[in-house]
Design a protein around this ligand. Sequence first.
Ligand SMILES: Cc1cc2nc3c(=O)[nH]c(=O)nc-3n(C[C@H](O)[C@H](O)[C@H](O)COP(=O)(O)O)c2cc1C
Length: 186
Amino acid sequence: MSDSERSFLFLVGSSRADGNTETLARRAAEQLPPTTDRRWLRLGDLARPLFEDRRHEGEGPRPATSSGLAERLLEATLAATDIVVVSPLDWYSVSTATKLYLDLWSGWMRVPGLDFLERMRGKTLWSVTVHGGQDPATAAPLVGTLRHTADYAGMRWGGALLGYGSGPGDVLRDTAALGRAKAFFS
Ligand SMILES: Cc1cc2nc3c(=O)[nH]c(=O)nc-3n(C[C@H](O)[C@H](O)[C@H](O)COP(=O)(O)O)c2cc1C
């Protein structure tokens, strides 16, 4: 498949905006050929509770409306040739929002006529992660989760890019990870 036929979907599962993991993923994405299509979606809304007690915050309760995010995610997932899970290491695994995205697959697999798994076959799954601890080996459960998911869906495994950083922007000091980002998609 030529570069211009590939379409990368970056799914950002951080619990904060402009997090380390997104920063690292954007460094990797900068190296994609200019003709390669790319799209970024945030998974954060998936982890938002249906009900938040905001009675005493001035704005009052917010009605539980569907943002349509799940529908957008389905369309974007099926349209992509390459899916990049951009999740921080949270409790040794993917973030809650990322896990909820994967849980959506279980529903999509069972939608009559959608042929979700058949359409996932042959796509490539990638992982970009930043961890705040000292030992990168503790990211093994996250990488295992995604590798097994790729196997299960008949997808290719692109690989895992791992960086280190705790506070906002810290990953920019992980020069080794920034170097690996440059070659990650090549
Ligand atoms: C809920 C939560 C759980 C975390 N669990 C881990 C962990 O298990 N191992 C680790 O190394 N860092 C852990 N961290 C630290 C984050 O991985 C680190 O701060 C990372 O930079 C966050 O990425 P982000 O800026 O993209 O959100 C955790 C942070 C949070 C908020």
